[in-house]
Each structure stands twice: as structure tokens, then as C-alpha cells.
Design a protein. Structure first.
Length: 271
């Protein structure tokens, strides 16, 4: 399994390298090679995921290391969908950079898979829904982050009037703005559902827990920040550049909550 994961990382790195070379050379063949390398990574990831499901007899999302792997799988899946439907190479490239970083953390960190992170009596459908929807919302917020980065790049290129063939595949400002909005609008209700199920599960399954726990407060803070960003943008109190930067900062807070919140939590079992 370890050799298979290392092989997957090599393919992933090669795919990103070919996307980067395609940025400079603009050759259809390079783009196709990069895409099929990413597809091969997805197939390998899916095979490993199925092997873990067979071995553990459950969907592996009950620990941080399992959650990271599922998160990477979601990012790769979304990047392939965007490539097939929208043909946005830059979107695929930046999304997979995030996925590659998280995959490196998954493979080379000291985090290990365990047979069962929580007791069998505490595992329920509610817990699985809570965790999977939380990870899904983080993946959608990652897309908003990528759209925000693309918006900042396009804005800078247009402002300096340095448009060239290297930027020919960039989406326009309207597309990136709509991508940010739709991603955040999608992520907010998914995260809200996750938090509702999480609180419900804690109330039913745990004896000693606090609503003021670091992980809970951090997750609600992420939800409120994204909601606030969309509210102020809708009211016209955030200009386009400010909206993009706030989306970037909100995602960075999401990543901090993803790791640090679980580590500092006094009761949270997803560690």
C-alpha cells in the first residue's frame, strides 16, 4: 500500500509539471498528458479508498488522516469534472496544487490509519454525515479559494496590460467572480448541515462535551465568516478585490480549523 501511494504521488507531481509546462508551451499534447496523469491518480486513489473500505468495513473518514485522504480525493474528482465540462486548465492546476499538498501531508506525516478511531457504540449514520458533509464543504471552499486566486491574477494581468498567450486559457473576471459566489453559496449550507448533525451526535452520544470547544467554535466561526463575506458583498460593502482577498483569508482560516481545531479539541474524536 505504501509503494502504491508513493507511485501515486509521483504521477501527481508529473501531472502538475506537465500542466506547468503547458502553461509556457501551449501544446495540446502536454495538456492531454497532464489530464490523463491526473485521471490515473484518481483511479489509484479510488482503488486505495476501496481497499480501506474493504479492510475496515466502513467508509474511512473517522480520523484526521482518513479525512485528509477523502478530502484529496474530492479535490481531484472536482478538478477532473471542471476539466471535462469547463476546460479551465488553470482551475485544474491550482485545485490540484492544494490536493497535492494535502496528499503529501497524508503520506509523509506521522498520522496513521487506525482500525476504529471511535468506539463502535459511538459510530452512527449521524456521525458519518457530519464528517463527510464537513469535508465536502471544505472542498467547495477550496474551489472558492482557487477562483479568488484566479480573479486576483486576471485583475493584475489586465491592470498591467500584460495579456499574452500564456494567459489565454484564464477565465474572465465575471467567470471567476461567479465561481467564487457559487462555491461559497454551495459550501455554506453544506457546512451548516454538518454542524447541525455534529451537535446532534454529540448531544446524543457523548456525556461530557461543551459547545465552547475549540473545534466547535472554530467551525461556527468559519460558517459565520463565509456568511458575513457573502452578506457584505451582496450589500455592496465589499469591492471585488476585497471580496477575493476575504475569500482567500477565509479559506486559510478553514485550513487552520481543519488541523489545529481537531488537535486542540478537548472531546472531538476526529484526531
Amino acid at each position: 500500500m505504501a509503494r502504491l501511494q508513493e507511485f501515486m504521488i509521483v504521477l501527481y507531481a508529473l501531472g502538475l509539471v506537465f500542466y506547468l509546462i503547458d502553461y509556457f508551451k501551449k501544446q495540446k499534447t502536454l495538456q492531454q498528458i497532464a489530464f490523463w496523469l491526473i485521471v490515473t491518480v484518481w483511479v489509484t486513489q479510488t482503488a486505495i479508498l476501496l481497499l480501506y473500505i474493504i479492510e475496515m468495513k466502513r467508509f474511512p473518514v473517522l480520523s484526521l488522516v482518513e479525512g485528509i485522504y477523502f478530502y484529496v480525493w474530492l479535490l481531484v474528482t472536482l478538478s477532473i469534472v471542471f476539466q471535462l465540462i469547463y476546460k479551465v486548465n488553470f482551475m485544474v492546476f491550482f485545485t490540484n496544487i492544494i490536493g497535492f499538498i494535502f496528499l503529501m501531508i497524508h503520506v509523509f506525516s506521522n498520522l496513521k490509519y487506525t482500525a476504529s478511531t471511535v468506539g463502535d457504540s459511538l459510530i452512527s449514520e449521524v456521525l458519518f454525515i457530519h464528517i463527510t458533509t464537513a469535508i465536502l464543504s471544505y472542498a467547495v471552499f477550496a474551489l472558492a479559494f482557487v477562483f479568488a486566486v484566479l480573479y486576483l491574477i486576471v485583475y493584475k494581468v489586465l491592470k498591467k496590460k500584460k495579456w499574452s498567450k500564456q494567459f489565454s486559457n484564464l477565465p474572465n473576471l465575471h467567470q471567476t467572480m461567479m465561481g467564487m459566489k457559487m462555491s461559497i453559496y454551495t459550501g455554506i449550507p453544506i457546512l451548516f448541515v454538518s454542524l447541525i448533525f455534529g451537535v446532534q451526535w454529540a448531544y446524543v452520544a457523548l456525556v461530557d462535551w461543551s459547545i465552547w470547544d475549540v473545534k466547535i467554535m472554530g467551525s461556527f466561526a468559519v460558517l459565520l465568516i463565509y456568511t458575513g463575506v457573502m452578506y457584505f458583498q451582496h450589500k455592496g460593502k465589499l469591492q471585488s478585490m476585497e471580496f477575493a482577498w476575504m475569500t482567500v483569508f477565509a479559506f486559510l482560516l478553514t485550513v487552520v480549523n481543519f488541523f489545529l481545531g481537531s488537535t486542540l479539541s478537548e472531546f472531538h474524536l476526529w484526531i
